[in-house]
Design a protein around this ligand. Sequence first.
Ligand code: NDP
Ligand code: 2IT
Length: 451
Amino acid sequence: MAVSDHVDFNTFMEGVKRRNAYQPEFVQAVQEVAEDIFDFIQDKEEYHAQQILRRIAEPDRVVSFRVCWEDDKGNIRVQRGWRVQNNNAIGPYKGGIRFHPSVTESVLKFLAFEQTFKNALTGLPMGGGKGGSNFNPKGKSVREIMRFCQSFMTELYRHIGADIDVPAGDIGVGGREIGYMFGQYKRITNEFTGVLTGKGLEWGGSLIRTEATGYGAVYFLENMLATRGDGVAGKTAVISGSGNVATHAAEKIVQLGGKVLTLSDSGGFIHDPDGITQDKIDWVKTHKTHRRGRIEDYCAEFKGATFHAGQTPWGVKCELALPCATQNELLGDDARTLVANGCIAVSEGANMPTDLEGVHVFKAAKLLYAPGKASNAGGVAVSGLEMSQNSARRSWKEDELQQMLKDIMSGIHARCLEYGQQGGGYCDYVRGANIGGFKKVADAMLAFGVV
Ligand code: NDP
Ligand code: 2IT
């Protein structure tokens, strides 16, 4: 085979930027991965010759569609819907669906790209995908949400399938929305299959799927701390978000003897110096998920807590930080503040919550810093176990699943150590996760030839 011209990192990134103009989130996600992969493949001719990273950074396909629905007043509303199928080298496309006004093609392309590496790290046979809409569920009635989900699935159904592409939840999509979408899929196709995960327990769902992302992020944190003979017990934690991932991360921190000081939403953060106990977490779950309330109401319910409008919680002194809301919510200055305040470990529950500058700050400070594609993989891992249970037409018990989740998070941690160990007891988990995820997908792609 002819030795190809090696494209260097800068030329590669220039091409990514040129081809994806106006897609900053996607470019950011590719750059964070490419920084490590170019180093890893410099002496690996075949990965260059076969243009593996170039191919992973170009989605297999992006499906975009119109979603029409009728609001309660009879107005016709028009939204955009997408499914990004990034890569299916190691299994069917797999990844969540996000409903949020900030959703764009760039956001979904970055999420599908990240998902490809994350899913590979779980060790389960799942490719990477992501979908969603710029639909804003806030302030909508339950009937409006149902009609929107049905209309969304009326288009999406033709692109997915239990062995093709298996969506799940993400921001703005929980058990209720999965129910409406599954119902519509079943109605259109007359097929009861494991085409979505995060389903209700009565209709093919798996135990602990709801808790898995937040719990998994804390298991990963425990694994990182254990490398220094330490643990979560007795430590203070700052958490952002107050949705599925944030509340379950908080719950696991409390179960392990840590003290949670903050939660947040898009309006600001609450600081409770007494600690956010299980009772208080239960209140937040009900208030945010069922009553669709605001986190600031916490302060009227629990005395001693303060609300900080329009701010993120990273200025609160802590030992552990878990960003669990959304992308780019923790910037370079926030990272510097955390380090200066003595934070020792960061475990990302959200996808790409730390911007590139923040990532470089954490790396330079040699923090125990886990990127989301490693630490938040517990959710999709249990989704993978839900797929297995659906295929086998059986259900595993809770303690079996809890153990499998713990084992998978430890396995991801071990894979990060394998590729990220830098000597002197420091592990670059970003590098470990990027290379660990890349290698599995890349080797499968090599086997398939040029397709
Ligand atoms: P939820 O919809 O349950 O909660 C989202 C939380 O983040 C809410 O508190 C919300 O506040 C806040 N938030 C959302 N967007 C913004 C924004 N632009 N600025 C500030 N706050 C914001 O979502 P999840 O908990 O499921 O998801 C949170 C993160 O975790 C996302 O990055 C998601 O991709 C990631 N993730 C989720 C997994 C899952 O299984 N659910 C798996 C792996 C990762 P408000 O209520 O004000 O909107
Ligand atoms: O970002 C993620 O990993 C998710 N939203 C979960 C995806 C899934 O298929 O369970």
